[in-house]
Design a protein around this ligand. Structure first.
Ligand SMILES: Cc1cc2nc3c(=O)[nH]c(=O)nc-3n(C[C@H](O)[C@H](O)[C@H](O)COP(=O)(O)O)c2cc1C
Length: 253
């Protein structure tokens, strides 16, 4: 079992490097770790006929690892350019292209990843405005196309002038260090997802019936109006919550 830390900050010994170290120093015994600092590599896109030794080397490191930990600060409210450039250049290795131009997960399908990011703005501001959201979203988008499975997110806001990582964050990093050391089955969240789905449906059905009650005064009382109004309200609520959980919700503190 091997875990690869991918540091994509301008600072080799900055906040993200410390968070990444805190994760990798807490992996279970017997788990091998390696960290690469992306700034050390001259990462350029694949030219059609030419061999790209840097990308081949990095791709080899990705292939021999079971879990990737991306540590990338938020720059201009987005993913650091270093990691974005890495993702852009690695695209032909992350996905296969179908004849119609669609992509399907490539050689790294079913590996796992953990995302780490940080920003200057305070915890409160990040909680309200989601400054770090886009960094995490971009990582998720690329990994989802590559078929790589998410294990979690670590976010550290309020880094202006910060010298030491807060104790609570070190504990979270240690927790993830242990979590990503466990050898995963292909998709280990199936049972959890079914349980979440059950409770989601139970709550949505309750809310839908609650909304239907006052509406009944204005609608003819019969089976079909009940059925149609239930379906429409349920669909809107479930669609919104699924959108929130899948695309919007990211850790912000
Ligand atoms: C080019 C650049 C752009 C940044 N943009 C933002 C920003 O939009 N919002 C923010 O809160 N912090 C911003 N920051 C601050 C970094 O996110 C913050 O310093 C981060 O913790 C640095 O991590 P590091 O020590 O690993 O480099 C920016 C920093 C740099 C260098």
């Amino acid at each position: 079992m091997k875990i690869l830390g991918i540091l994509a900050s301008h600072q080799e010994h900055g906040i993200n490097a410390k968070l990444l170290d805190a994760v990798l120093n807490n992996v279970d015994s017997g788990v091998e770790t390696e960290t690469i600092f992306l700034e050390d590599y001259d990462i350029t896109p694949h030219k059609y006929h030419e061999k790209n030794e840097v990308l081949d080397n990095l791709s080899g490191k990705l292939a021999e690892s079971d879990v990737w930990v991306f540590a990338a600060p938020t720059y201009w409210r987005e993913l650091s350019g270093v990691l974005k450039n890495f993702f852009d250049c690695m695209r032909p290795k992350f996905v296969y292209f179908k004849e119609n131009g669609d992509t399907i997960p490539g050689q790294f399908k079913d590996k796992h990843y953990l995302s780490i990011t940080s920003c200057y703005v305070s915890t409160l501001e990040n909680f309200v405005t989601g400054v770090t959201d886009d960094s995490l979203k971009t990582i998720d988008r690329v990994m989802s196309a590559a078929g790589v499975i998410k294990t979690g997110e670590i976010v550290l806001p309020g880094t202006f002038g910060m010298k030491e990582i807060p104790e609570s964050k070190l504990k979270l990093c240690a927790k993830y260090g242990h979590k990503i050391s466990q050898r995963k089955r292909k998709d280990d969240s199936t049972l959890k997802r079914y349980i979440q789905l059950f409770f989601m449906i139970a709550v949505m059905a309750l809310i839908t019936m609650g909304i239907q009650l006052p509406l009944k005064q204005f609608m003819p009382a019969n089976f079909w109006t009940d059925y149609i109004s239930f379906t429409i309200i349920f669909f809107v609520l479930l669609g919104s919550i699924l959108h929130f959980v899948t695309f919007v919700k990211h850790r912000r503190r």
